[in-house]
Write a protein that binds this ligand. Structure first.
Ligand code: ATP
Length: 359
């Protein structure tokens, strides 16, 4: 337990600024309620900062993140701002690699009071977590693409260390969820072991790690079949673990299952550092209009409190996370607010106010 927790706040670009303001207001209200002290310090980074200064992720921001107890991140990148190689400015990837944030944690659940695109009543039971390996896989190729006379080659990297630690993380998460929810737990590995040697190796390691966790059910599926199953019967899954690129794609798919990107929080967790951000990007199409749904950002802040609470054995933080989660559930189930992305008229400020009122 610490008297005060240092939080590096990186709002970024587009709606990142708007949803971060919402999360900061919720955290400030929570501090008054629980007595927990959070020192939120805003840091510069992102595509706009790159335009202004020529640097996307300044050294001072990296140092502040290094010194902080946790990093709260909005969204970064603007479609028209590109580096010399034509790719977008995405400092979040640099942060993931710099701080070795290997576990991308993407929880998804259905909220009562909000429509889902799935017709089945079973959709109300969706409650799963996608764990995405975030430091290797196909993203290893970033900045390393090899140009040959006939084209460009990107390499997928799957190491024993990288795969073991992400599978271990997934099983520990499943064990924790099983204990919290008082039911059995299950980890489903998603790969393409029928085609690629790297993926066959990944599966072998998954099975080795699974053998160390006999209390958890374990199974595997090919990523193409999983894309189908996540639309047909997502309520049957608990924890999924997968390679970086597959996880990138499937995390947007699962966000769609519950109706929108604005409901999907996420965390990038390493052994020493962790960053919490909504699964969505900067959404330039709605930026500056007050229409962004801040829920994913607010729920990411709750994940941060939960992680800090575990790490520092501070029950006040874990209670704070629970308060936010319950307030979010209540504002939607009561019909008090409905975000624009669900066909409603509640602004970012309306939703923030409602969540604060429910704390
Ligand atoms: P990236 O390429 O980083 O994923 P993007 O801006 O292309 O970023 P997203 O921001 O992830 O894509 O979102 C896709 C679309 O979903 C947006 O254009 C926007 O219409 C909608 N959207 C995303 N986040 C929100 C939100 N918090 N509230 C409302 N709508 C959102």
């Amino acid at each position: 337990m610490k008297p005060e927790y240092q939080i590096a706040v990186l709002p970024g670009d587009g709606i990142g600024n708007e949803v971060m303001q919402a999360a900061e207001q919720v955290l400030q209200a929570l501090q008054k309620r629980t007595g927990v002290a959070l020192a939120l310090s805003t840091q510069k980074a992102g595509a706009q900062h790159y335009l202004d200064s020529g640097v996307a992720l300044p050294e001072a921001t990296l140092k502040a993140c290094e010194a902080a107890d946790a990093i709260l991140f909005g969204a970064m990148g603007l479609p028209h701002v590109r580096g010399a190689d034509g790719t977008e400015i995405i400092p979040q990837l640099d942060l993931r690699f710099h701080f070795d944030l290997y576990a991308g944690v993407r929880p998804i659940r259905t909220f009562k009071g909000l429509p889902t695109p799935l017709a089945s009543p079973k959709a109300a039971e969706i409650d799963l977590v996608l764990v995405r390996e975030s430091t290797e896989g196909l993203f290893y190729a970033r900045g390393r693409g090899e140009t040959r006379p006939d084209g460009v080659y990107d390499t997928m990297q799957i190491t024993r260390k990288g795969t073991s630690r992400i599978c271990e993380f997934a099983f520990r998460l499943a064990e924790r969820r099983a204990a919290q929810k008082g039911r059995a737990g299950r980890v489903t590995n998603v790969d393409k072991a029928n085609v690629f040697a790297s993926m066959a190796f990944w599966r072998k390691i998954f099975e080795e790690v699974a053998a160390k966790h006999p209390g958890m059910a374990a199974d595997s599926a090919y990523v193409d079949a999983m894309a189908l199953n996540l639309v047909m019967k997502p309520w049957t899954y608990d924890v999924l673990v997968t390679e970086n690129m597959f996880g990138d794609i499937l995390s947007d798919l699962i966000a769609a299952l519950v109706g929108g990107m604005g409901m999907a929080p996420s965390a990038d967790i390493g052994d020493r550092h962790a960053l919490f951000q909504p699964a969505h990007g900067t959404a330039p199409d709605i930026a500056g209009q007050g229409k962004a749904n801040p829920t994913a950002m607010i729920l990411s802040a709750a994940m941060m409190l939960d992680w800090l609470g575990d790490r520092h054995d501070d029950i006040r933080l874990k209670d704070g996370a629970g308060l936010i989660d319950r307030a979010v559930e209540q504002v939607f189930s009561s019909g008090q607010v409905r975000p624009f992305e669900f066909g409603g008229t509640s602004s970012t400020a309306d939703i923030t106010r409602a969540v604060i009122g429910g704390l």
